[in-house]
Design a protein around this ligand. Structure first.
Ligand SMILES: Cc1cc2nc3c(=O)[nH]c(=O)nc-3n(C[C@H](O)[C@H](O)[C@H](O)COP(=O)(O)OP(=O)(O)OC[C@H]3O[C@@H](n4cnc5c(N)ncnc54)[C@H](O)[C@@H]3O)c2cc1C
Length: 324
């Protein structure tokens, strides 16, 4: 019986959105394999976070551990996880494809002698092990990979699944494992919030994004107004970030962020493959483009063909009128 583990990341004592997705994915893989799902949450406030994670179905092991700032360092999380996993020998360890997650996965791989598959855009169960979908060649090719012996660590990207509560919550346990090794402590000296940062696109339910078709930084005013009318956030393509019209924190795509809003409105965006990989799992994709043959037409749910400078302000007015 396969044991599927997910490693939760905590921020401010709460699980990150990606951690909730990993808990859901662990449950789905356990169902598909006839195995068990477990989430391990390490950090300060782990017991509280465990309740939120258990609502998604898996059993949760909460490990209280020192946390400086709002996130426990990978050097604190990894040795405790290695101690637990060294004993329980899970078949699959799902880890966030985040900077901290990559540190944790590297340590676990060395300590537990397990292989790692990175940047999973999807994971399914087949032939006694996880099959990991990845995109290569700038998103042009999709590959399916499996572990030679069916066991290993998978680094999972955001938006692979939607976090969904289970019918019955999982049990919560606590553990206090002795760290499997002492790692040099990493101290976060300072966290800097980007000056003038707009609403974050990471968790927004609605993202209105602009591309080169917006014409310049002043063109983003109408994009911002539409995002504002929806109560959403503004994103953009690499072309507009490279041009300095938007900060990098708002870039969507292969070399930017991967997002999964309920509604994604693309204005003046051609839909290049490198952009598509960052937003293709959005709930509903609406494209406003004057070119009826733009690549985005192929994968948008709704396409409005026309000049965005005419359409976007009218759409904003219509949304405002509806929302009162
Ligand atoms: C290694 C690599 C990594 C990359 N990573 C990323 C990434 O992370 N994210 C990303 O976005 N790109 C990325 N790119 C770049 C990507 O290939 C495209 O060049 C980029 O996405 C194009 O941006 P765009 O859609 O804004 O511009 P364009 O491709 O120039 O499209 C502009 C669109 O606007 C439309 N338009 C123009 N005027 C109007 C108007 N008035 N009304 C309506 N429509 C109008 C046009 O018809 C056109 O479809 C990467 C490229 C490489 C090689």
């Amino acid at each position: 019986m396969a044991a599927i583990w997910a490693v939760a990341e905590l921020a401010g004592g709460r699980p990150t959105r990606l951690s909730l997705e990993l808990a859901t994915l662990a449950r789905q893989l356990a169902q598909a394999s006839g195995g068990t799902a477990t989430v391990v949450a390490v950090g300060s406030g782990a017991a509280g976070a465990a309740k939120e994670l258990a609502a998604l179905g898996p059993r949760v092991i909460a490990v209280e551990a020192p946390t400086e700032g709002d996130r426990p360092a990978a050097s604190v999380v990894a040795p405790r996880l290695a101690a637990l996993a060294g004993e329980a020998r899970p078949d699959v360890l799902l880890v966030s494809a985040s900077p901290d997650g990559k540190d944790v996965a590297g340590f676990l791989s060395a300590r537990l002698d397990l292989p790692v598959l990175v940047n999973a855009a999807g994971v399914r169960w087949a032939d006694g092990g996880p099959v990991v979908q990845m995109s290569t060649f700038g998103g042009r090719l999709g590959t399916d990979s499996a572990f030679t012996h069916g066991r290993g660590i998978v680094l999972v990207r955001p938006g692979t699944v939607t976090a969904e509560p289970a019918l019955a919550p999982g049990a919560v346990e606590t553990a206090d494992p002795a760290p499997s090794a002492e790692l040099p402590p990493v101290r976060v000296v300072e966290r800097v919030v980007q000056a003038g940062a707009a609403a974050s696109i990471d968790d927004a339910r609605v993202v209105v994004a602009g591309g080169r078709g917006v014409g310049g930084p002043e063109g983003f005013r109408i994009v911002e107004e539409l995002a504002d009318a929806f109560g959403g956030a503004v994103g953009g393509t690499r072309a507009v970030v490279d041009a300095g019209w938007l900060p990098y924190s708002q870039q969507i795509g292969q070399t930017g962020k991967i997002i999964k809003p309920a509604l994604y409105v693309a204005t003046g965006i051609s839909g290049a493959i490198q952009h598509k990989v960052g937003m293709q799992t959005s709930g509903t994709i609406v494209a406003i483009n004057r070119d009826p043959d733009a690549p985005i037409v192929e994968f948008a749910d709704l396409v409005v063909v026309g000049d965005l400078f005419e359409i976007v302000p009218r759409l904003t007015a219509a949304v405002r009128a509806r929302r009162g």
